[in-house]
Design a protein around this ligand. Structure first.
Ligand SMILES: Cc1cc2nc3c(=O)[nH]c(=O)nc-3n(C[C@H](O)[C@H](O)[C@H](O)COP(=O)(O)OP(=O)(O)OC[C@H]3O[C@@H](n4cnc5c(N)ncnc54)[C@H](O)[C@@H]3O)c2cc1C
Length: 303
């Protein structure tokens, strides 16, 4: 029997209301709008449903791929023979904790979290307002912008370890560094996180968020599907400047193009495949290495 039929039956008895989708394309779940079919997509609405999914997957030895908003990933054209769990617009509860802290479930968007902090007059998350990901993806990537990063505010996270144990990791245990965290090697599932903020002035926080938003709109190709910055910032400069210097601003392979607006972004200008994006990334890496002597490291994760 195909594993999906067996799995759907199993989940039906544990969490009957849980939406499960067969034949869903990953392009619908990722900001690049690229990717073939997932064997099974689950959209858990709460921690109990997520737990039921992870338990069943562990028991049946089904491969699990977690997705938040899908804004930092490139999904394969051939799809995935896996249970894809998407928390986008699900698991969105935020609670106010003592000591100017906010606790958020993994599916909370950074925009919603920053907006809640602003309403409460709490400063520290302004940088995150325009990053289009969720709490889960942001912890995984130590997302950051305009001088701030998740490592500055995340104090702990509740995680389901690969062996099924639930653990709370402290900031130190999350081992944050530039666009990295322990979660990239740990393989667990981030369930929720707590952010420590400081009292501030709501109006000023709002102004800062609006200014950063305007900067983003002016400099980034937000009108096209992408996964944000394609490469990490190298120690010796900026990826976008190096790509321009290599003469690749606007270069295209198939539907993938180095954005003419911001060379740090590869965009899907229509009908791009994962193969197009990978080929363009390889070309960029090769040319930048030969012109600037620097090997660019992908920031986008390959599913
Ligand atoms: C237009 C645009 C602008 C961007 N600007 C920025 C920016 O300024 N700064 C920045 O840092 N990034 C930026 N990004 C990239 C992206 O938004 C961030 O990396 C974000 O943190 C990813 O969150 P996500 O929920 O979309 O994660 P996804 O892309 O869904 O997933 C990323 C990784 O996290 C894992 N993951 C997701 N949720 C969980 C979970 N609950 N438990 C375990 N693993 C999980 C996934 O398996 C995957 O490995 C931008 C992207 C776009 C499209």
């Amino acid at each position: 029997m195909n594993w999906t039929t067996d799995f759907i039956h199993e989940i039906g008895s544990r969490a009957p209301a849980l939406p499960l989708l067969q034949g869903q394309r990953l392009s619908a779940l990722t900001s690049f709008r690229i990717g073939g079919e997932a064997a099974l997509v689950a959209l858990p609405q709460n921690a109990r449903e997520l737990d039921a999914l992870l338990r069943a997957a562990q028991q049946k030895e089904v491969r699990v791929v977690m997705l938040g908003a899908g804004t930092n990933v490139l999904a394969p054209d051939a799809g995935l023979d896996a249970l894809v769990i998407s928390t986008r617009e699900r698991m969105t509860e935020i609670s106010v904790q003592p000591g100017h802290c906010l606790q958020a479930l993994c599916g909370v968007s950074l925009a919603a979290l920053a907006a809640r902090a602003q309403e409460l007059g709490l400063t520290g998350l302004e940088f995150a307002h325009g990053i289009p990901g969720t709490v889960g993806g942001a912890l995984m990537m130590n997302a950051g912008a305009y001088g701030g990063e998740i490592a500055d505010v995340a104090v702990c996270a509740k995680v389901r370890m690969p062996d099924g144990m639930i653990r709370t990791l402290s900031r130190d245990e999350m081992e944050f560094s530039y666009r990295r965290s322990v979660f990239q090697t740990l393989g667990g599932v981030i369930l929720e996180a707590t952010f420590a903020l400081r009292p501030g002035d709501s109006a000023e926080i709002l102004r800062t968020m609006q200014q950063l938003r305007a900067k983003r709109i002016a400099s980034q190709p937000l009108e096209y599907p992408s996964a944000g910055s394609t490469f990490k910032r190298p120690e010796s400069g900026y990826a976008a400047q190096m790509i321009e210097r290599a003469g690749l601003k606007g270069a295209a392979i198939g539907g993938a193009q180095v954005s003419p607006k911001h060379a740090g972004f590869i965009i899907n200008r229509g009908g791009a495949t994962a193969a197009d994006v990978r080929a363009l990334m390889a070309l960029v890496q090769m040319r930048v290495e030969s012109t600037c002597g620097c090997r660019l490291e992908p920031e986008v994760l390959f599913l």
